[in-house]
Design a binder for this molecule. Structure first.
Ligand SMILES: [Zn+2]
Length: 351
């Protein structure tokens, strides 16, 4: 038995993962065929090759092509159910899942937000009951879309879904030329309604993007944020406030933010006393899963069982569940960690 078995078995949460970026390759091919969308590849192997990104702009281009295969509310329900099935298979008990509603609304199929949310709710209810996999939703604004009015539409949609599992607003897409400050009004609106702020920042643009997300959008967490290390003052601020960073190591490698996993700043972020959670971002597009992220960082950085437990509990505590729910989940996880330590690591220590 081993640390690998322990990582596979333990309960987990995931706070930064995109619904559209989680479509199973087989399902994407089915959706493309069913909806008459032409993709440049027609096999799972072909998709894996297609998911080789030269840079962030290339990734966005492919991401948009993937989104174009989603044409009906039934498509949304299908990918959400399959996604949650995959989370349950990894013993991910709770997920905060980003989706990009304006993309589906502004397409030729014009899926109304209310229909998108109804489809997500059907999948959410099913997964809660049948799989014990809970989920809440984070609609995000595509930061490159103009005019900017659309960001207020997305904010209003987010507020309208508060009773159906929408807990926060995000922004995603190209950071370059689209700073957080452009979206101030949308975030003022959702925060006044009691939703959280979880923008992407500090992935393809440096510290100024993270500062903008913190100061202007009042981020509760930062999506990625790994480039904070370029600014010592920002590191101090993040350490003092303990604002969590949703770190996605494989994503950073696949999109060229870092040159290899060994070069990833994760150990430094931890040494600096920053608050880090581990996430998969767009798992099939980066040929990963959340479990795989934990296995890879353990392998690459020699993390021990205590560090893994800490990172998982960081996720629980940084989630947007209520304090009582977080506390209950933390206690439950700790009990299971202890049992699984005995079961998986009894013959010795972690590898
Ligand atoms: Zn992301």
């Amino acid at each position: 038995m081993s640390l690998e078995n322990f990582i596979r078995a333990i309960p987990k949460v995931e706070l930064h993962v995109h619904l559209e970026g989680s479509i199973r390759p087989e399902t994407l091919l089915i959706l493309a065929r069913r909806n008459g969308v032409s993709l440049p590849v027609d096999s799972v192997d072909g998709l894996h090759e297609w998911y080789t990104f030269t840079d962030f702009a290339h990734f966005i281009e492919i991401y948009i092509a993937v989104c174009s295969c989603i044409c009906t509310p039934d498509d949304i329900e299908l990918i959400a159910r399959q996604f949650l099935q995959g989370q349950a298979e990894q013993n991910i008990r709770y997920s905060e899942v980003i989706f990009t509603p304006y993309t589906h609304y502004a397409s030729e199929h014009a899926i109304q937000f209310v229909d998108q949310l109804a489809a997500l709710s059907r999948a959410r209810d099913w997964a809660t009951v049948e799989l014990g996999a809970r989920v809440n939703w984070v609609p995000d604004i595509s930061r490159s879309i103009r005019p900017l009015d659309h960001s207020l539409t997305v904010a209003d949609w987010a507020i309208s879904g508060k009773d159906q599992g929408i807990i926060a607003l995000g922004i995603g897409g190209p950071e370059i030329d689209n700073p957080p400050e452009l979206f101030t009004d949308a975030f003022i609106r959702v925060r006044a309604a009691g939703l959280a702020s979880v923008p992407h920042a500090g992935e393809t643009v440096g510290p100024e993007s993270i500062w903008g997300a913190l100061k202007t959008l009042h981020a509760n967490r930062i999506g990625h944020g790994v480039r904070c290390l370029e600014d010592p003052q920002l590191v101090t601020y993040l350490r003092d406030t303990q604002i969590p960073l949703d770190v996605s190591p494989s994503s950073n490698v696949c999109l060229g933010v870092v040159s290899s996993l060994a070069e990833h700043p994760l150990p430094r972020l931890l040494e600096e006393g920053l608050y880090v959670t581990i996430n998969s971002d767009d798992p099939p597009m980066f040929n990963t899963t959340l479990t795989n992220e934990y296995l890879q960082i353990t392998d690459t950085f020699g993390f021990d069982v205590d560090t893994i437990e800490q990172l998982v509990l960081n996720g629980v505590r940084a989630s947007l569940l209520s304090p009582a729910e977080r506390e209950e989940m933390e206690q439950q996880f700790k009990t299971e960690f202890s049992q699984l330590r005995d079961k998986c690591l009894q013959s010795g220590e972690s590898e």
